[in-house]
Design a protein around this ligand. Structure first.
Ligand SMILES: [Zn+2]
Ligand SMILES: [Zn+2]
Length: 159
């Protein structure tokens, strides 16, 4: 059985990547960080093993958006491409430094998978109405997220 290579990239085409594996999770986040980073009402990310990701044309820039996360974007056009947890989160177990979350809109075929959950729903805008019956979690309901922030507080004062 031959695996299909999943490909994607930014809007201007300066950054291209490929994923040599299958998606392991997908979710839509409505938190304020994802809103600001994506410049949109919410961000849908599809998860792959970090080792599945390779950049085939240039590399994005990464910056640390909080004590527990780094996010990337194309240095030429600014398209948000991926984020990654810097410390493991217990829930979901796919939130850990070995997993990369790809912006679904950057995939060449963005319809490869559908989300399993909504997160950060405290930030969900009033006009955004998903009738999908998926689990919905607020950031402050995530025990794993709270633990991860607490574990980083010794290292950094800000979140
Ligand atoms: Zn670009
Ligand atoms: Zn978020």
């Amino acid at each position: 059985m031959t695996e299909t290579v999943i490909t994607g990239g930014c809007l201007c085409g300066e950054v291209r990547y490929e994923l040599n594996g299958s998606p392991i999770d997908m979710g839509t986040c409505h938190c304020r960080h994802c809103q600001r980073w994506s410049g949109s009402a919410f961000h849908s990310g599809v998860a792959f093993a970090l080792t599945d990701l390779s950049f085939t044309k240039n590399e994005p820039l990464w910056y640390q958006s909080s004590s527990i996360m780094e996010r990337s974007f194309c240095p030429s056009c600014g398209s948000p491409l991926a984020f990654r947890y810097l410390v493991p989160i217990e829930d979901p177990p796919t939130a850990n430094p070995e997993t990369v979350w790809i912006s679904v809109g950057s995939l060449d075929e963005p319809g490869i998978r559908s989300p399993d959950w909504h997160f950060g729903v405290e930030g969900q805008l009033a006009w955004v109405n998903f009738d999908d019956g998926l689990p919905r979690t607020r950031c402050d309901e995530s025990v794993g997220l709270a633990k991860a922030y607490a574990s980083q507080e010794d290292n950094q004062a800000d979140n």
